[in-house]
Design a protein around this ligand. Structure first.
Ligand SMILES: Nc1ncnc2c1ncn2[C@@H]1O[C@H](COP(=O)(O)OP(=O)(O)O)[C@@H](O)[C@H]1O
Ligand SMILES: [Mg+2]
Length: 371
């Protein structure tokens, strides 16, 4: 029997909620039925930025936002369903990633916090909701991230060829998929900043939340001294498993890594930040032992031509595609992944890859909030 699942994803970019309605057949075969992108209301973006940066918001505000986001996620799910030919009772579960507020997998008592109250989603939609996917992997000694590699393996692997999936959200992550016929294990990690520093610098210098096509970065020149200072951060030389967030890679990080950054030409800083993202993505792929020829990009970074060109230059021997070539819209890979991860949870199957996250063992991810 076919089952229908919804995935809801909102990443560190705070741009939107991506939603995917999928059908999964008996053997795990997957079909995307419909997709929806819903921008966050501006007041939510402002509150989230304040909370994530540790400014101006109280614990009470955080709890209010947890409920309000739950309502917003529920409305997105209902909106997606109403635009399809299906009724809510047909949907077996919603997999909701939630909004990351803090991600600290390496501290004394490791934790990760995603808000968007799943009880509110289950109540408002009458659909079983799976949420808080990352916490169990962390409880098992893992990074809780990235979680998409198991999905990448299920849908993007090739029997003969090695493939690399690069997801460029606020933070970038990579998955190295060995050929299905080989005994090699899947590897991957968060490589560091994807779009997050580009967005933050663009917002602070120009009041624009992102650099359309990367044309502002393309108008600048990479500052070698700045680039070297940023590349010296220990995150980049650390081997995997590793994961990070915008609670680390943000403008405070930029200014503390290079206090005279504001003396430089703003477009040169943007070019350097783009180069940093591209270089660290490419270096991570090489360090993870990549010797294949196929790179597939997904996430909002696929729309940044300048960033894509830079990645291309660093991995000049590879063929570069987006996941469109593998049948999945690059803007919705993560939303689809969280629908699939909810299916794993409902089927009592592990969704983490310990070789990627560093967890001691495979675990069933997330909590189930019944309809
Ligand atoms: N046309 C574009 N030009 C440049 N960057 C873009 C464009 N469209 C999207 N982006 C980038 O993609 C980001 C959103 O990517 P997304 O995959 O949704 O990240 P996240 O998972 O962190 O929310 C935006 O914040 C922006 O940086
Ligand atoms: Mg997004």
């Amino acid at each position: 029997m076919d089952d229908y699942y919804i995935g809801l994803m909102s990443g560190t970019s705070l741009d939107a909620i991506d939603a995917a309605l999928i059908r999964i057949g008996d053997k795990g075969e997957l079909e995307v039925i419909s997709l929806l992108n819903t921008k966050f209301p501006e007041h939510i973006v402002i509150q989230l930025r304040n909370i994530i940066s540790g400014n101006n918001e109280s614990l009470h505000e955080l709890c209010l936002l947890d409920t309000e986001l739950g309502e917003i996620y529920a409305n997105v799910a209902l909106d997606l369903i109403s635009r399809s030919a299906y009724k809510p009772h047909k949907i077996k579960a919603i997999g909701c990633h939630g909004q990351t507020i803090r991600h600290q997998p390496d501290c004394r008592h490791p934790y990760t916090l995603q808000i968007g109250n799943p009880s509110v989603i289950a109540e408002k939609t009458s659909i079983t909701t799976v949420a808080q996917f990352r916490a169990r992997d962390i409880a098992a000694g893992g990074q809780g991230a990235p979680l998409v590699p198991a999905f990448h393996r299920a849908v993007f692997s090739d029997p003969e060829q090695q493939r690399v999936i690069v997801n460029i959200g606020g933070i970038a992550n990579i998955t190295l998929l060995p050929p299905l016929n080989s005994k090699d294990t899947v590897s991957g990690c968060d490589t560091g900043p994807g779009n997050c520093l580009l967005d933050a610098w663009s917002l602070s210098c120009r009041g624009l939340g992102y650099d359309e096509n990367g044309s502002w970065a393309a108008s600048g020149t990479v500052d070698r001294k700045l680039l070297e200072s940023l590349l010296a951060d220990s995150y980049f030389s650390k081997s995997s498993p590793k994961s990070t967030g915008t609670d680390y890679f943000n403008l405070d990080w930029l200014e503390s890594s290079y206090p005279s950054v504001t003396d430089l030409k703003a477009e040169d800083v943007q070019a350097t930040l783009a180069e940093l993202s591209a270089r660290t993505i490419a270096l991570s792929i090489i360090r993870e032992g990549y010797d294949g020829k196929q790179i597939y990009l997904c996430g909002g970074g696929v729309h940044n031509k300048d960033l894509n060109d830079r990645i291309h230059r660093h991995l000049a021997n590879a063929k570069h595609y987006t996941t469109d070539k593998l049948g999945l819209d690059p803007d919705y890979v993560e939303a689809t992944a969280f629908a699939w991860l909810a299916w794993c949870t409902m089927e009592k199957q592990a969704g983490n890859l310990p070789a990627v996250t560093g967890a001691r063992h495979p675990v069933i991810l997330g909590g189930i909030f019944p309809a």
